[in-house]
Design a protein around this ligand. Structure first.
Ligand SMILES: Nc1ncnc2c1ncn2[C@@H]1O[C@H](COP(=O)(O)OP(=O)(O)OP(=O)(O)O)[C@@H](O)[C@H]1O
Length: 265
């Protein structure tokens, strides 16, 4: 199988806020093989985004190391593309210009950019929208553009922070299917943050459940169900129940923590 594509070793992250230290991550060890689709799952505040941002190189860990695509992570890099929940599109650019932007920055020849943009517009069913501006697109369409922008750079690693969290259920399922199709075609390594148990089971090869403060790995589960997965199937639901209990324990710890802090203040 070769070396893991992403290696997180002994990672911790402490935020100092208002005289209180928040241990957002502690002792995180994670080795992700090339091409694996990993979901980070857990309730709000358990450090999912902090871990993703550390892999992205946006906010480095306080302790430990991260190696991605053979390189120690010290800053954002082109081998790690990021898709956010809020579509990070340029509002003054059309769909095709948004997708082309990163390639123009890289100084690629015009003909080559055009070919890549055409391919991505087709791949994400955006061809009829190429001249539109983001404000004239639905949330789902905007998120397609955001994914196309990252794919344009051909990063072998895709980091996704609740990318479908703001979408309605039907659009969300559509984009999940679309993402699975793209992933199986292009074989990216994906780390996908979600707090939806169903979304994690629907998508992932592997689900990493995190604990609430300190953020540690509570359970690391391989999902061995054939795709496309059926959320109504018995084995899907058995896993959903198992994960539901794990996540609920952490939600309760979060709740108790909030009550305790409220009592102190
Ligand atoms: N810049 C920051 N300064 C101080 N504390 C922070 C900062 N960023 C995150 N935290 C704290 O670190 C912990 C982990 O936050 P993080 O956003 O990674 O959690 P999360 O699991 O992604 O939650 P959510 O789903 O709500 O985004 C939380 O307790 C949060 O309050």
């Amino acid at each position: 199988m070769g070396d893991p594509h992403i290696v997180v070793s002994g990672v911790g992250k402490v935020f100092a806020t208002g005289g209180r230290d928040v241990v957002a991550l502690q002792d995180i060890d994670l080795a992700i093989p090339r091409g694996q689709f990993v979901c980070l799952l857990g309730p709000s505040g358990c450090g999912k985004s902090t871990l993703l941002n550390a892999v992205a190189g946006f906010a480095l860990p306080s302790t430990g190391t991260i190696v991605a695509d053979g390189q120690p992570v010290a800053a954002p890099g082109p081998e790690r593309g990021m898709v956010f929940q809020e579509y990070a599109l340029f509002p003054w650019m059309t769909v095709e210009d948004n997708i082309a932007f990163g390639l123009q920055i890289k100084g690629q020849p015009k003909g080559q950019i055009r070919a890549t943009v055409d391919k991505l517009l087709a791949m994400l069913s955006l061809a009829d929208f190429r001249q539109r501006y983001p404000k004239d697109l639905s949330g789902g369409m905007r998120q397609r553009v955001a994914i196309a922008r990252v794919l344009a750079l051909d990063s072998p690693i895709m980091l996704m922070d609740e990318p479908f969290g703001a979408l309605d259920a039907l659009t969300r399922r559509n984009l999940q299917d679309e993402l699975l199709r793209i992933w199986s075609e292009l074989r990216k390594t994906i780390i996908f943050v979600t707090h939806s148990i169903e979304e994690a089971i629907y998508l992932a090869d592997r689900i990493v459940v995190m604990t609430y403060r300190p953020g540690t790995i509570k359970r690391d589960i391989l999902v061995d169900l054939p795709r496309l997965r059926d959320p109504a199937a018995a084995d899907f639901n058995a896993l959903k129940r198992e994960l539901g209990l794990l996540v609920m324990e952490e939600q309760q710890r979060h709740h108790h923590d909030e009550l305790r802090l409220a009592a102190v203040d």
